[in-house]
Design a protein around this ligand. Structure first.
Ligand SMILES: [Zn+2]
Length: 234
């Protein structure tokens, strides 16, 4: 193998390592995003049930106020009844009393139903509050550990990039820029060995004349099938 090609392969090894580290780095963000979304969802769900519990509590207070009013009427009606002098007045006062009593009973029944709803809603509020706390804890600890991962990967990237720079100096400029042009087309590997008579990447057959040139001089060729750089391995 021509020493230039060997030097280029060393650069490619570093580039592949850089690519893998960058991949790992880019995978961290979606994980953090997913945790942030879980927390936002839990919060929204809590707010919703809190709103329902508040509305139900307002309803309970309205009904209780109404029942209190009916009770006040009731007291007045009882006083009226005790002061009646005629049968007609007694009948009217009794009818009033009965009507108020019905309204009080109805209000009490509503209060009981609303009270049950409130117990259930408050239970849901507690449960969802707990879920919010759990997602917050999970998010915080993941942020910490993913943050540590990120620092470590970035440190490794720094080292590998520096080493790549050094190795690139051993590769002739024209060869390096051809390699970089191929890699810029979203390729991780740009240099492949010949495999028998074919391209080591796509299996396209390479004409004998070009192969002999590669074997003779150690020159590289571009594969017409897939566009990668080919070299003759020893
Ligand atoms: Zn090919």
């Amino acid at each position: 193998m021509h020493p230039d090609v060997a030097a280029l392969l060393a650069v490619q090894d570093e580039d592949v390592a850089i690519h893998q580290l960058e991949q790992r780095l880019s995978e961290l963000k979606p994980r953090l995003d997913a945790l942030a979304k879980a927390r936002a969802d839990a919060l929204a769900s809590l707010k919703k049930v809190e709103g329902a519990a508040e509305a139900e509590e307002r309803r309970r207070q309205e009904i209780a106020a109404r029942v209190a009013q009916h009770r006040a009427h009731q007291a007045k009606n009882e006083a009226t009844l005790s002061a009646v002098t005629t049968m007609k007045e007694a009948t009217a006062a009794t009818a009033q009393l009965e009507q108020t009593k019905r309204m009080i009973d109805e209000g009490e029944r509503e209060l009981a139903t609303v009270g049950q709803h409130l117990v259930e809603l408050n239970r849901q509020v507690d449960e969802r509050r707990r879920i919010v706390e759990e997602t917050e804890l999970a998010q915080a600890s993941a942020q910490e550990s993913l943050g540590a991962d990120q620092k470590e990967i970035e440190a490794q990237l720094g080292t590998v990039r520096a080493s790549r720079q050094n190795r690139a100096r051993a590769v002739p400029g024209s060869l390096l820029s051809r390699y970089e042009r191929i890699r810029s087309r979203k390729r991780v590997h740009a240099v492949f060995p010949l495999r028998g008579v074919s391209c080591g990447n796509c299996d396209t057959m390479i004409p004998l004349q070009r192969r002999s040139g590669m074997l003779g001089t150690g020159a590289t060729e571009i594969c017409e099938g897939c566009g990668v750089m080919l070299y003759a391995a020893d």
